[in-house]
Design a protein around this ligand. Structure first.
Ligand SMILES: *Cc1c(COP(=O)(O)O)cnc(C)c1O
Length: 403
């Protein structure tokens, strides 16, 4: 086989479909975030980032920077091993205690990322519960899908947020078999939320374990940033709450929280936890500072929600349609890969606004979109600037945007 020409041909196909991915070469400017320096075709220019998952700007908060710098100075830059073999540093211990407390759980377990947390926890849990059956929402994240696949247990995919379908499926499985229901609190691309209480009610009725991905909610919802389950008083009813340290907490890493035994069980069985070098102590220290800060400070959450409402209100006023949601994610539906790319290119080239086009396989074909994520650090002037830019781009391309 001519491998090289095969790779090249496949890449050409992606380009023809309009979904070949071009990464923006950015240098985030910590002191003036959401500004970043963009390098493209030999040109350097400042742009404003409107699509980051560092939702609250904690990635450049003086407290997190200081914590990382001090820990690196004190302990060096690498963890030095897997958690089992010399790689458990004091900051890992402190961070796990803090995360357990954040969600009102007995214990927590850290992973390299949220992706790894899902893949490793789901596959090891399901695999090691004899006869386990998984029930997974059809809109679940790729990392969950991978965990379900790798477990190789019997699985049922229920229609998105469809309680009736979930119950139909639950009721068809023998009552004595272990069951695991997996869903998210905030779905990251549509910005919608799940009926947590009702899913927990079904789990109770059919004696299933519940596993919730709160990746797009931790730090941002609930009185101490514990997520949507915390906001709705449902935390106690969830067996596993999974989160990331890479989005609102602004650093990197993933985790699960739950009962002492469940966490110890995953710690003892999950390949993706056991056989990999633990996150650097300085990363754990920065994440710890971020979680602690957001536990008590309401300012970032309040300003975040305020900014989100402003952007939504302005879009409405201008007649630019967005998927209506009660979360911080604002999807502008373009429904065409080429058009989406043209519009985001125009925003970048002519208006210095960086929003990455979202296309397949992140979302289904024909649902390509521009996903806006306002932060508390976007000023009213930046919102004005965004609106003028969107108005211009909409005027030029809107006729082509399918209703
Ligand atoms: C981003 C994401 C993850 C993965 O988290 P990382 O820390 O970025 O690896 C997991 N679940 C959902 C729903 C996500 O959007």
């Amino acid at each position: 086989m001519d491998y090289e020409s095969y790779f090249a041909r496949k890449l050409e196909e992606l380009k023809a479909e309009g979904r070949y991915r071009v990464f923006a070469d950015l240098e985030r400017i910590a002191e003036r975030y959401p500004y970043a320096l963009l390098r493209r075709n030999g040109i350097e220019k400042e742009v404003i980032v409107w699509c980051a998952n560092d939702y609250l700007g904690m990635g450049r908060h003086p407290l997190t920077i200081q914590a990382m710098r001090e820990a690196a100075q004190k302990m060096g830059v690498g963890a030095g091993g897997t958690r089992n073999i010399s790689g458990t540093n004091h900051y890992h211990v402190l961070l796990e205690q803090e995360l357990a407390d954040l969600h009102g759980k007995e214990a927590a377990l850290l992973f390299s990322s949220g992706y790894v947390a899902n893949e490793a926890s789901i596959s090891s849990l399901a695999q090691n519960l004899p006869g386990c059956v998984i029930f997974s929402d059809e809109k679940n994240h790729a990392s969950i899908i991978q965990g379900v696949r790798n477990s190789r247990v019997e699985k049922y995919i229920f229609r998105h947020n469809d309680l009736k379908h979930l119950e139909d499926l639950l009721s068809q499985v023998e009552p004595q078999r272990p069951k695991l229901i997996i869903f998210e609190s905030v779905y990251s691309m549509d910005g919608d939320t799940s009926p947590i209480k009702e899913i927990c009610d079904l789990a109770e009725k059919y004696q299933a374990l519940t596993y919730i991905d709160e990746v797009h909610a931790v730090g941002m919802y609930g009185h101490q940033g514990g997520g949507i389950a915390q906001m709705q008083g449902q935390e106690d009813r969830l067996n596993v709450i999974e989160g990331t340290l890479g989005k609102a907490f602004g650093v990197v890493g993933g985790y699960i929280t739950g009962s002492r035994n469940l966490i110890d069980f995953v710690r003892s069985h999950a390949s993706g936890f056991i056989f990999t070098t633990s996150i650097p102590p300085a990363v754990a220290a920065a994440a710890l500072a971020s979680v602690r800060h957001l536990k008590s400070s309401q300012e970032e959450r309040l300003n975040h929600q305020k900014r989100v409402s402003e952007v939504k209100a302005r879009l409405k006023l201008m007649g630019i349609p967005y998927l209506p949601t009660n979360t911080h994610i604002i999807p502008l539906m373009i429904r065409d890969a080429h058009l989406c790319k043209q519009m985001t290119d125009a925003l970048l080239d002519e208006h210095n606004i960086y929003v990455q086009p979202i296309n397949y396989p992140t979302v289904e074909r024909g649902t390509e979109r521009i996903r806006l994520t306002p932060s508390p650090l976007h000023t009213p002037e930046m919102v004005d600037h965004l609106m003028n830019a969107l108005q211009d781009v909409w005027r030029r391309f809107a006729a082509k945007v399918a209703a």
